[in-house]
Ligand binder design. Structure first.
Ligand code: FES
Length: 167
């Protein structure tokens, strides 16, 4: 079955008519040619497809595009651009937070989402005192970034990049 859906991607309204089974990931990559978001596993295990929807990070392979009517979606292409990088993109460059680069768009979207969660006081399993709220730490980073797999193993550099942006 085909359905119409309208959502905003990186500030631009997109109106699509899609098979209802189309994932948000495939809609982004194949219907509006935003191929910065990567498909690693297509089943919620690797985090390569992470995008930010209405301020929260999600695995775009695990959600259907037609469920996102009216949503505001940010992909790696919307965070920054060459010559105008998002601070997290600049920090990944500075700290070599990637090797092959395939997981990097998802890592960066997830890192931006993680810092927003900390700012909003959302506790994690390693938050010492949930009543007080989380503070930035490498333990929080490891916990909150655990859904983003890097086969090259650039984790320590990714951690350093996030720590720099967290201040
Ligand atoms: Fe979505 Fe791996 S492609 S989690």
């Amino acid at each position: 079955e085909m359905l119409k859906v309208s959502f905003t991607v990186n500030g631009k309204v997109r109106e699509l008519e899609l098979d209802t089974r189309t994932t948000l990931l495939d809609a982004l990559r194949e219907h509006i040619q935003l191929t910065g978001t990567k498909k690693g596993c297509d089943q919620g295990q690797c985090g390569a497809c992470t995008v930010i929807v209405d301020g929260r990070r999600i695995n775009s392979c695990l959600t259907l595009a037609v469920m996102h009517e009216g949503d505001k979606i940010t992909t790696i292409e919307g965070l920054g651009a060459v010559g105008d990088l998002h601070p997290m993109q600049a920090a990944f460059l500075k700290h070599d937070g990637y090797q092959c680069g395939y997981c990097t768009p998802g890592q960066i979207c997830s890192a931006v989402g993680m810092l927003a969660e900390l700012k909003a006081g959302v506790p994690s399993h390693v938050t010492a005192d949930p009543a007080v709220g989380p503070k930035f730490s490498n333990a929080e980073t490891r916990e909150r970034m655990s859904g983003n797999i890097c086969r090259c193993g650039a984790y320590s550099n990714i951690q350093e990049a996030i720590a720099e942006v967290a201040g």
